[in-house]
Design a protein around this ligand. Structure first.
Ligand code: FE2
Length: 289
């Protein structure tokens, strides 16, 4: 990291677990950081997979601008007819995640409860590179986000299992809005795509487990029973506590995670309390390989 002494001295990187997660302290994202600082933030993100910017006070415009530091802001993939009503109040590219209801209807996407581990947009040909989530209203308890390192899962996977999956492809399917595999909360609209079971990260060159509990249907070109067995093994392994950072939200937290090498899940929260988050994504630049 040559030439970054000045930039890195401007903020502190505090790792949150052994494998994943770091808090970046001393940055106010209402002001545009200089190029060197943006580079240092980007590197901290590659190193830690998930970065937390605590205590931010962002407008929608700020969120869009900050998203741009990591690539091109993503479009909403859910077809307009299936978008929740609160969407109309947001700038293009921002999605509202909320359980708040107006006239009995949830104003945001992915409103309630627990959500299984997944990679955002793995069901698209070029999945999102990154996702940003900013907390605007949080419940008194629950609604935590769990992040699992796909690198740690790959690096420590039982070699016998890894050999049987190396070079294989898996099919992913997702009905927008679904939070548990096979539930009836999703829309009729869906995405479906095939990607490698182990993905190579184009920035770091490292390999990561790239299947998940919510969206992965099966491994191609093998009997269904073998696919089920291997997926269960690799998913169980990938979700183990040692590889996971659990984020307990505070108001004003902005999180950025890397969808190429991490998966995430949400814990349940009281349906009587309000939760409102703003989400943006960064477009992927390559088909996973
Ligand atoms: Fe997600």
């Amino acid at each position: 990291m040559h030439g970054m002494a000045e930039a890195t001295s401007k903020f502190e990187v505090v790792p949150l677990t052994r494998y994943i997660g770091a808090e970046l302290r001393g940055i106010d994202l209402r002001e545009k950081p200089d190029e060197a600082t943006i580079k240092a933030i980007y590197q901290a993100w590659l190193d830690h997979l998930v970065i937390v910017f605590p205590d931010q006070k962002l407008s929608q415009e700020d969120l869009v601008r900050v998203t741009g530091y990591f690539g091109e802001i993503g479009d909403l993939h859910r077809p307009p007819k299936y978008r929740p009503p609160g969407q109309a109040r947001l700038l293009p590219g921002i999605m509202m995640i909320s359980n708040i209801r107006e006239n009995g209807e949830p104003i945001g996407a992915l409103p309630d409860g627990e959500m299984m581990f997944h990679h955002d947009m793995i069901h698209a040909e070029v999945p999102s590179k990154a996702t940003l989530l900013y907390s605007v209203e949080i419940p008194s308890t629950g609604g935590n986000t769990l992040f699992a390192s796909g690198y740690a899962a790959y690096d420590t996977l039982d070699p016998a299992i890894r050999e049987r999956l190396e070079g294989r492809q898996a099919l992913h399917h997702y009905n927008y809005g679904s939070t548990q595999k096979g539930d009836n909360k999703g829309t009729e609209a869906f995405g479906e795509c095939v990607h490698p079971v182990f993905r190579t990260h184009e920035d770091t060159g490292r390999k990561a487990v790239y299947v998940n509990r919510l969206m992965t249907v099966r491994v191609l070109d093998m009997p269904e029973s073998e696919s089920r067995y291997l997926l269960d093994k690799v998913i169980e392994h990938a979700e183990q506590r040692e590889f996971v950072y659990e984020h307990v939200w505070r108001l004003g937290d902005l999180l950025l995670w890397d969808n190429r090498c991490s998966s995430h899940a949400r814990t349940d929260f009281p349906s009587t309390e309000r939760r409102l988050m703003l989400r943006t994504t960064v477009k992927g630049t390559v088909r996973p390989y």
